[in-house]
Design a protein around this ligand. Structure first.
Ligand code: ZN
Length: 143
């Protein structure tokens, strides 16, 4: 394992705390997710990304698995290849919004739309969690 891939527990905790324990892509709270969360390299190590706070994001396993080592994806509306959402360079609300019923993430930019498509930010399981969180007044999350 290359040395620069290593992320210390202290750094992982900082990343999680900075994200308020919400996946920085789908916004699912860790407290309600059955699976583990990852400290994700926004620019992958394979593309010369570093293990510093500026290149790390808190991500649920589903989002991280879909993103894998990609940094761009195609926007089906403009038919262009665009950069994926980078939570260190932009605010979530610059690229995404919630549907009126709060269940779906809607892309409001080419990057937003491409990220939703690639990371599958409206996976049925996520929609189910959002529906339940709405009932207990814990959704949408306050950013
Ligand atoms: Zn996620």
């Amino acid at each position: 394992m290359p040395k620069n891939r290593y992320v210390s527990t202290k750094l992982k905790n900082e990343v999680a705390k900075r994200a308020k324990y919400l996946c920085e892509y789908c916004k699912c709270p860790k407290a309600y997710a059955p699976g583990p969360y990852d400290t994700e390299h926004i620019i992958p190590i394979s593309k010369n990304g570093t293990s510093e706070l500026i290149n790390l994001a808190y991500s649920c396993n589903g989002c991280n698995g879909s993103k894998y080592n990609k940094i761009e994806a195609s926007d089906l509306l403009s038919n262009q290849i665009v950069p994926l959402f980078n939570p260190r360079k932009a605010k979530w609300a610059d690229h995404f919004t919630w549907s009126n019923d709060g269940l779906l993430i809607i892309g409001i930019s080419a990057t937003g739309r491409a990220t939703i498509e690639l990371l599958q930010l409206n996976r049925p399981e996520l929609v189910n969690i959002r529906r339940l969180l709405l009932l207990v007044g814990e959704h949408p999350p306050i950013d």
